[in-house]
Design a protein around this ligand. Sequence first.
Ligand code: OOG
Ligand code: NI
Length: 317
Amino acid sequence: SCISQSEHGSHKPSIQGGEEFFRGVLESMQSVYLNRNPTAKAILDLVHSVENNSPYYDHLAFRTFGVNGYGIDSMASFFLDYGYTQRDELRFPGKKLRALWFSPPADSHAGTGSGINGPLPRIFISELLVDQMSPKTQEIIKKYTGSSGKGNKYAALASSLGHLTWEKPLYSEFQQLASESEYAAWTLVNGHALNHVTISTHRLKTYLRDIKELNQFIEKNGFRLNSEGGVLKVSPDGLLQQSSTVADSVSFQFSDGLTESVPCSYIEFAERLVLPQYKNLPDTEVKEFHRRDGFEVASADKIFESTSKEQLNRVGS
Ligand code: OOG
Ligand code: NI
């Protein structure tokens, strides 16, 4: 028969029959990301080679235009439909952004594999506060979201296909957005593509589980880390530590025929330390929920810079 052994008998049933489909969508999003971003692919391969396993993901992140139904909700609805829960809001007034994060459905979603087939990741979705942009920038964003028809209903589909839901812009329009918000320019040409995946470092098995060791390992292998505010971003309580690479660039053909290099995606690393009330638990009993959860606005503010010109054009380290 074409039903494999693992589909019979004793394996843990999933809460929802849709889990395989859901994971398939995440896999497609990941494969679009890996094909476009050689640095992310190389780093995942390197970590795999040391660990003998694909790392688990802490979170996946997306960017959106907060206008006419194209904001956070356009991507969030897919995750909410598959059991995710909306958590905290983060605000970035200087960048004119806001973000929400979503936690995965509890239990029985531990997954049986590695990487994207391990425990389901958190989801971080941000949006540009479009009504706070200049009239010129707003007009361009509304032109493209408008040209997309009902594309906002298919954000997750677009992300898994690696397709924009709107037409390709003119180079001058990209530049206008970039002069005001690098986030806006990124979103215009990358759309709903995965902005980054984040390796969960504390769930690694080797010395790389210490994020400082992982950072050194990445740099020793010739990759650049985002240095904005220091390579390691640490939350005020000290329990959430993050770092990220500088985004890869891809060549993008604009609708006026110009081909220019534009920033694509990056990869992040996060170490969540054990909460003070669980500090006496033996290592073998520590679960993800015993660790620092959530995100940190001051760190996130600097991680957004992983796609900035300033970081991409940095020379040396
Ligand atoms: C998101 C930056 C913030 C985090 O984990 O705090 C972030 C982005 O660049 O879109 O990823
Ligand atoms: Ni992140």
